[in-house]
Design a protein around this ligand. Structure first.
Ligand SMILES: NC(=O)c1ccc[n+]([C@@H]2O[C@H](COP(=O)([O-])OP(=O)(O)OC[C@H]3O[C@@H](n4cnc5c(N)ncnc54)[C@H](OP(=O)(O)O)[C@@H]3O)[C@@H](O)[C@H]2O)c1
Length: 199
């Protein structure tokens, strides 16, 4: 398969690339890194990237952030960071990508454990993750030409514990290599509209 990974140089993206590159042709994309550069939040940039990428069998998104901070001080602008960056970045890839993806191709998006288990100061991130999952579940019913879409919802990664550990008390982290297996399942499997939780 010809697989595009947006966010390929990130912590999850590197593990997913390592898992798939031996068996497939992997195109890596990021804002500043990879064979293709793209700003996923900008529809024109996404369109230009797909034109450059050529035919694809799978698109994987492992990119996008949200504001983390106390609800009592949160501004609308801060809340919107997750909607503009993590949600619309992933949505843009699908809206444009459905016209480029081959018949039977797949999209795999990324949410996170915070879609089900709130963390302190994680209101905007939880709402964003749920929106991604809702988008994918509904899109699975409408995508054309046998295309599929799933979401991987990882727990906190072992490799990210140094940065995110304090937000996840009492949580067993998941190695990136295990998380990458769910992306493999989404790309090489047959299911659609699934949320693959790994935590
Ligand atoms: N790490 C965890 O423990 C964890 C757990 C659960 C869920 N998640 C979710 O998984 C996703 C990836 O996390 P991560 O820790 O792997 O992130 P990361 O290490 O910060 O990597 C982010 C990647 O996304 C790319 N990127 C960022 N903004 C982009 C944009 N607007 N357009 C295109 N590419 C963009 C970056 O490329 P450049 O550097 O070139 O910009 C980089 O390759 C995030 O949505 C995060 O919320 C992470």
């Amino acid at each position: 398969m010809r697989i595009l990974i947006v966010g390929a140089t990130g912590t999850i993206g590197r593990a997913v690339t390592a898992a798939l590159a031996g068996r497939h042709e992997v195109l890596r994309a990021g804002r500043r890194s990879g064979e293709l550069t793209v700003d996923a939040t900008d529809p024109a940039s996404v369109q230009a990237m797909y034109e450059k990428a050529g035919p694809l069998d799978a698109v994987i998104m492992t990119a996008g952030g949200a504001h983390v901070g106390p609800l009592g001080e949160m501004t609308a602008e801060q809340f919107r960071v997750g909607l503009n960056d993590k949600l619309m970045g992933q949505v843009n890839m699908v809206l444009a990508g459905q016209r480029y993806l081959r018949d039977g191709g797949s999209f795999t998006l990324t949410s996170g454990v915070i879609s089900e288990h709130p963390i302190k100061h994680g209101v905007a991130l939880m709402a964003t993750n749920r929106a991604i999952e809702g988008f994918a579940q509904a899109a699975a019913c409408e995508l054309p030409r046998g295309q599929r879409i799933n979401v991987v919802s990882p727990g906190v990664l072992t490799e990210s514990m140094e940065i995110y550990g304090p937000y996840f008390p009492g949580t067993e982290p998941v190695p990136a290599a295990r998380v990458a297996l769910r992306y493999e399942l989404s790309v090489e499997g047959v299911e659609t509209g699934k949320i693959y939780k790994i935590w």
